[in-house]
Design a protein around this ligand. Structure first.
Ligand SMILES: [Fe+2]
Length: 495
């Protein structure tokens, strides 16, 4: 029996739908530029069955992968639950058997030893393969055309970490993928394994590191010379897990940490820098400049996640769960363990941002992300009581000049993370399109937004309508048809 669950992120627009989906030829408003040819993949999750614990983390929802295949101005859509062992076991049992987020001690005994990942965080395409990613497990390979789940991928046995980040970095100059797993040898372990995977998908070097304390290392940054690991304040231990608690607690007494090592080294040169209380989830990009490393990141003031409690028992403080575009500078020529930090824009932003991926690891000028513009209207009568919780704008944040070009999605909408689509034939940074989904809260449907990344204030150039709610997205990925290995057929109208 499926019980109705009205817990967080499971009501209204986010009410679970429990279906796989396909739309053969979507309704399009406007004209999609002819040079957009590829697939926009999204990964997110929903509670297929209600969680065992009502206060469980939304990060624990069942993974769902979806695709918008765009070609010749037309769009087909597919969506599928990721068939993880957990999903299949729950479906067979007809109920939720897994306990708190990343705490196997709270699972039903019947599922002991089964891979518990929900694979719900990010899509990745590398060496012609599509994956869904979650940082507590290996990647799950997905058929890029049908979205059927093929299974976990350990790179032919060469990838030894038990875990794999949701945010690998691909060097645009070489196609090399730099990736890592933390808690690499088991829950609460202080092992971090770093890998260099060539453009053909073959694991080359492995670097094994120890972290100063066990924490979420959700994202990292890579330059042409360095690898940068930021984390802060979230912590865990086997004792905590055995006590039946959710995986992470927030300890503001712990320093924020950023580890920097040479990309061509063996890790023995890693330097750990320390800073004040921060919540470090995502980065925009980084580059090396002589002895300096410059990191652009949307770090928060403090604990962003209300479901990961403060270990001192204090209540979650939403006024500190605010992120800004920050520039952090590390001078490796000098001793010491501090960094310079500057807030470049005082506009609070979503930390789900992107750069032009052709400039990952390189000096770059623009950051793209969504944010809530309080000067724009919100139609509460039609869209419901979401005031203060909608992300109504994309921004192009010019890190050189401080200029902000902004796109407004509409007075009944909220945006998910955008992805960048390069304009075909152009090599200039930021010359292309922003693509991403919006939740139309009034019409209860998902819309795909396509806007010119250099003319955001002019509004979108096309919208694609789905006749239903496509659900939550965490991260998206644009797979251009020009990339090697892009499938020639994608179902629907374009096959
Ligand atoms: Fe992420």
């Amino acid at each position: 029996m499926v019980h109705k669950f009205d817990g967080p992120a499971a009501t209204g627009f986010f009410t679970p739908q429990r279906f796989d989906a396909e739309v053969l030829d979507c309704e399009v408003d406007g004209v999609i530029p002819a040079d957009i040819d590829g697939t926009f993949f999204r990964v997110g999750g929903e509670w297929f069955y209600p969680p065992k614990f009502a206060d469980d983390a939304f990060l624990h929802t069942d993974g769902y992968v979806s695709s918008f295949r765009i070609r010749n101005g037309r769009v087909s859509y597919k969506g599928r639950f990721v068939r993880t062992p957990r999903f299949k076991s729950n479906l067979e049992a007809g109920r939720q058997q897994f306990g708190y987020y990343r705490n196997r001690f709270t699972d039903d005994p019947a599922v002991a030893g089964l891979d518990a990942t929900v694979s719900n965080t990010a899509p990745l395409v590398h060496a012609g393969k599509l994956f869904t990613l979650k940082e507590d497990a290996l990647p799950y390979q997905i058929d890029p055309v049908t979205l059927e789940t093929i299974g976990p991928w350990n790179f032919g046995g060469a990838y030894k970490s038990q875990t794999f980040t949701a945010h690998p970095k691909i060097d645009p100059l070489t196609g090399e993928m730099i990736t890592f797993g933390y808690e690499a040898t088991g829950p609460a372990s202080d092992d971090l394994f770093l890998y260099y995977v060539d453009k053909a998908g073959k694991v080359g070097r492995e670097v094994r590191l120890k972290v100063p304390y066990v924490s979420i290392i959700h994202d990292f940054a890579v330059t042409q010379k360095h690898v940068i690991f930021p984390f802060a304040c979230y912590t865990t231990s086997l004792e905590r897990l055995k006590a039946g608690k959710i995986h992470w607690g927030w300890d503001k007494q712990l320093p924020s940490m950023i580890g920097i090592l040479r990309r061509d080294g063996d890790g023995s040169d890693i330097r750990w820098f320390k800073g004040p209380e921060r919540c470090m989830m995502h980065v925009f990009n980084a580059h090396s400049l002589g002895d300096k490393v410059i990191l652009y990141a949307p770090f928060y003031e403090s604990n962003f996640f209300p479901f990961f409690p403060n270990v001192d028992g204090s209540p979650w403080d939403p006024s500190k769960a605010v992120s800004h575009v920050r520039k952090l500078t590390f001078d490796l020529s000098k001793p010491g363990d501090g960094w310079e930090e500057e807030i470049l824009f005082h506009t609070p932003i979503s930390d789900l941002g992107k750069v032009d991926q052709r400039f990952t690891t390189l000096p770059q000028r623009y950051a793209f992300t969504n944010f809530s513009d309080p000067t724009r209207p919100f139609d509460e009568a039609r869209a419901g009581n979401m005031r203060g919780r909608v992300s109504n704008s994309y921004g192009r944040f010019d890190l050189h000049t401080g200029a902000l070009d902004r796109y407004f999605v509409g007075e009944t909408h909220t945006l998910q993370e955008c992805s960048f689509v390069p304009r075909r034939g152009s090599t200039a940074e930021g010359d292309g399109y922003l693509i991403g989904t919006a939740s139309n809260l009034a019409e209860m449907r998902t819309e795909l937004i396509i806007a010119d990344a250099q003319r955001l204030s002019e509004g979108d150039i096309a919208r694609v309508y789905l006749p239903f709610r496509a659900g939550t997205q965490v991260h998206g990925y644009w797979w251009d048809a020009e990339e090697i290995g892009t499938p020639t057929s994608q179902g629907g109208h374009s096959s």
